[in-house]
Design a protein around this ligand. Structure first.
Ligand code: 5GP
Ligand code: MN
Length: 318
């Protein structure tokens, strides 16, 4: 066992009250990783609070332990852990004031070591993959409930085992989780395929304005679209995955209006030579080579103009 894993195991053993946090606009890996680690620590006798400042999206309410997720931390903690989260700001204010995480567990290439202990492996396809690997080394048991959460992280971050990050290790991990009795087909369907009617109408608004120029295919989702469709999330309802499937483009981008001064931007690199994490970084965001995001200050029109200009520059288009 590595020194880092030994140090983490000792810290976990010594702690009683543990807080687990992840990022705003949480996805399947953030939620699955949080629940897997939280349930494993509870099984080991720890008191655990799991906090997502944006709350739990309806698409993940079926996961074991999901009912425990709250939107604010309450009380004192011996140990604070972040999962799948690149920096303190991305916890959405749920990190207790003045506190640095004791342990950061993540797989994003742009994540700085902002914890006291940092388990960051950009080669891992998902934070849930990292956890599947290390939980046993920390003396924690993967039960069927924990396995369902880990599987959700694997399935969502690999878009159903089809990203280039899908290694033999990931498929072996999925096979091991299946052997624990996980219903992969149901988890896959619920987290990646099934949509609400409102989400599909929201997609429609974005798709009706789809544009393409200089290798970039892009669209926006406005607050008015959200209201008209009845979609309740602050995200793109995963429209970026649909737009990423469009041929003959190098980069896909979606702009989601948050309020009059903030826009959430998502980039997807559609060619192996494009590194969108570096583009997102120029806007204070981050992510992976092929998938990255940032929250950018400005009106929708301003942000769109700046982001398209700098993305074109990164692609070496005049
Ligand atoms: P999405 O575009 O789906 O929100 O995110 C794509 C990838 O970029 C994910 O791995 C996500 O964690 C990361 N990401 C999205 N937004 C931000 C951001 O504002 N800051 C950082 N550091 N990473 C982000
Ligand atoms: Mn992830």
């Amino acid at each position: 066992m590595t020194d880092l894993n030994t140090a983490i195991r000792e810290k976990l053993q010594a702690a009683h009250r543990i807080l687990i946090l992840s990022h705003i606009r949480p996805d399947g890996d953030a939620i699955g990783s949080m629940l897997a680690l939280g349930l494993a620590l509870q099984d080991a006798g720890k008191q655990v609070q799991m906090v997502l400042s944006d709350g739990l999206p309806a698409a993940f309410k079926h996961l074991p332990g999901a009912e425990q997720i709250r939107t604010q931390a309450e009380g004192e903690f011996d140990l604070v852990i972040t999962v799948d989260c690149s920096d303190a700001a991305r916890t959405g204010g749920s990190l207790p004031a003045g506190r640095r995480p004791d342990l950061v567990i993540d797989h994003h290439i742009t994540t700085e070591a902002f914890g006291s202990l940092n388990l960051i492996d950009p080669s891992a396809a998902a934070t849930a993959s990292l956890l599947t690997r290390v939980l046993p080394a920390w003396g924690l048991t993967i039960t069927p409930s924990i396995a369902a959460n880990l599987m959700t992280g694997l399935v969502t971050d690999t878009l159903g085992f089809r990203t280039s990050s899908t290694t033999p290790e990931v498929l072996r991990q999925a096979a091991d989780l299946l052997e624990l009795g996980v219903d992969m087909s149901a988890l896959y369907f619920r987290s990646l395929v099934r949509r609400t009617f409102a989400a599909a109408r929201y997609w429609g608004a974005g798709l009706s304005r789809l544009q393409r120029s200089n290798g970039i295919v892009y669209t926006s989702l406005t607050l008015a679209d959200r209201q008209a469709s009845g979609y309740s999330g602050r995200d793109d309802a995963d429209l970026i995955t649909v737009v990423s499937s469009i041929d003959e483009s190098e980069v896909a981008i979606i702009f989601v209006e948050q309020d009059s001064e903030h826009v959430k931007v998502s980039w997807r690199g559609l060619k192996p030579y494009v590194d969108v994490a570096q583009i997102a970084r120029q806007f204070g965001g981050g992510g992976h080579r092929a998938a990255a995001g940032a929250e950018v200050r400005g009106s929708l029109a301003e942000v769109q103009e700046r982001v398209l200009r700098l993305t074109q520059r990164a692609l070496n288009h005049p």
